[in-house]
Write a protein that binds this ligand. Structure first.
Ligand SMILES: [Cu+2]
Length: 157
């Protein structure tokens, strides 16, 4: 009974391992493979009509660039923010390295929405569109959350 398990198993492993290695090595130079996790939008604790969108962009493929964002709330504008000398600054684009995670969070790169009308409150739904250079558009369907309870709390980097 036991002798049938040796040979065939080895060849199955060999056939399986080679394609996996080929995929891993091609990963960081091939097309980007982007997925977005944990996206949420919180109202600003300080400024009326503003909200911050945070998320993790997972890229299991080659490098990409996030070239812009837009929001479907009438009158509102979405923009990319990065931190420069501890001040939020609008950025035209944000690089998304290949084979890595890029975290968008308070105190780092994030998306800012400003000029939201009074009708937008905690619980309101809206859609953000991310525009990637290579991956095209990705839509995020979000629900506004109330402002975080500790205003101006910035993680130090
Ligand atoms: Cu900001």
């Amino acid at each position: 009974m036991e002798k049938s398990s040796g040979g065939p198993k080895k060849s199955v492993i060999a056939i399986f391992v080679f394609p996996v290695l080929a995929i891993l090595s091609a990963c960081q130079s091939g097309p980007p493979k982007i997925s977005i996790q944990g996206a949420r939008a919180q109202l600003s604790p300080a400024i009326y009509g503003e909200a911050m969108v945070t998320m993790t962009i997972n890229n299991q493929g080659g490098a990409d660039v996030l070239n812009g964002v837009s929001v479907d709330i009438p009158g509102a504008r979405a923009m990319l923010h990065v931190m420069k000398d501890k001040v939020m600054t609008e950025a035209g684009s944000v690089r998304i390295p290949g084979g890595k995670q890029r975290v968008f969070q308070m105190g780092g790169s994030h998306i800012m929405i400003e000029g939201m009308p009074r009708s937008m409150a905690a619980g309101s739904a809206f859609t953000i569109t991310l525009r990637f250079e290579k991956s095209g558009e990705k839509k995020l369907h979000l629900t506004l959350e109330k402002a975080p309870s500790a205003p101006m709390a910035m993680p130090m980097s």
